[in-house]
Design a protein around this ligand. Structure first.
Ligand code: NI
Length: 268
């Protein structure tokens, strides 16, 4: 299995990172991607990837941190993106749910990171929360269309169909294992809607991820999440689609390799 989105660079893993990576590998997660969310965490992601077999990095500035994005940030990202084992730019995008950074700054930081990804021929890791339309509007400004993933997909069915038709992947996480909420109590896609989404988009556009330390799947919900728990997401996806776990593992792993070509072929 490939955990396509982790934050092993989060301070919550500082004490036992080696054990966490070891447990992941013992559970069948042989590759994982550590995603940056600002400059220090991007640098940490590159460092972790350098030290651990099967671990890769992405470098980017999360929409929550977009207010800090400057010309200097872009220069540092460009440098970091050319380090070995960096497979994408991100996570970047728009978050209109929390809106921790003003919208114009989020849009500006996102546009700069798309341009950087196109310049370096890398995919983008998109964070989109209640912002699907605005994210698409920005992506549509670029020719050729960037490649990438809408990680931790929480937008509508309609957005899922639109983004996969453009060739984007969607990332499925722990919420697919959560108990259904009462109708109308959730602002983002809960389990029921996610289960419908994975049935209507092509399976060739789905990748799996933990987004650890967040969004821990059942049966460990409430604890710190880690890549070893990816198996619960793969199992639930297999159950939902009426496929075997082996099939889902094989197909989503092939998808991850198409999404992140540098995972198999380093540049140059
Ligand atoms: Ni993330």
């Amino acid at each position: 299995m490939i955990d396509t989105h982790t934050h092993l660079n989060d301070p919550k893993f500082e004490q036992d990172l080696d054990e966490v990576i070891q447990r992941a590998k013992s559970s069948g997660v042989d590759r994982m991607i550590v995603c940056g969310y600002d400059i220090p965490s991007s640098r940490a992601a590159v460092e972790i990837a350098r030290k651990h077999e099967g671990v890769f990095a992405t470098v980017g500035v999360h929409p929550h941190e977009a207010a800090t994005f400057s010309a200097d940030t872009l220069r540092m990202l460009r440098e970091l993106a050319q380090e070995p084992r960096v497979v994408a730019v991100g996570e970047t995008g728009l978050d209109f749910y929390y809106s921790f950074s003003p919208w114009p700054q989020q849009e500006k930081a996102f546009a700069h990171q798309i341009e950087l990804a196109l310049e370096l021929d890398l995919p983008i890791v998109v964070h989109s929360r209640l912002a699907g339309r605005a994210v698409l509007e920005i992506i549509d400004r670029y020719q050729p269309t960037p490649t990438g993933v809408f990680h931790c997909f929480s937008e509508s069915k309609e957005i899922a169909q639109t983004v996969t038709a453009k060739g984007f992947f969607i990332g499925i996480d722990g919420p697919i294992t959560f108990k259904p909420k009462k109708q109308g109590t959730s602002t983002s896609s809960g389990r029921c809607e996610l289960q419908e989404i994975v049935r209507i988009v092509p399976l060739t556009n789905i990748v799996v991820e933990t987004d650890c330390p967040y969004l821990t799947p059942v049966p460990y919900r409430g604890r710190r999440n880690e890549p070893a728990y990816l198996v619960y997401i793969v199992e639930e996806l297999a159950r939902t689609l009426g496929r075997t776990i082996e099939e889902i593992d094989r197909i989503t792993s092939e998808n991850a390799e198409r999404l992140f070509p540098r995972m198999i072929e380093p540049p140059g």
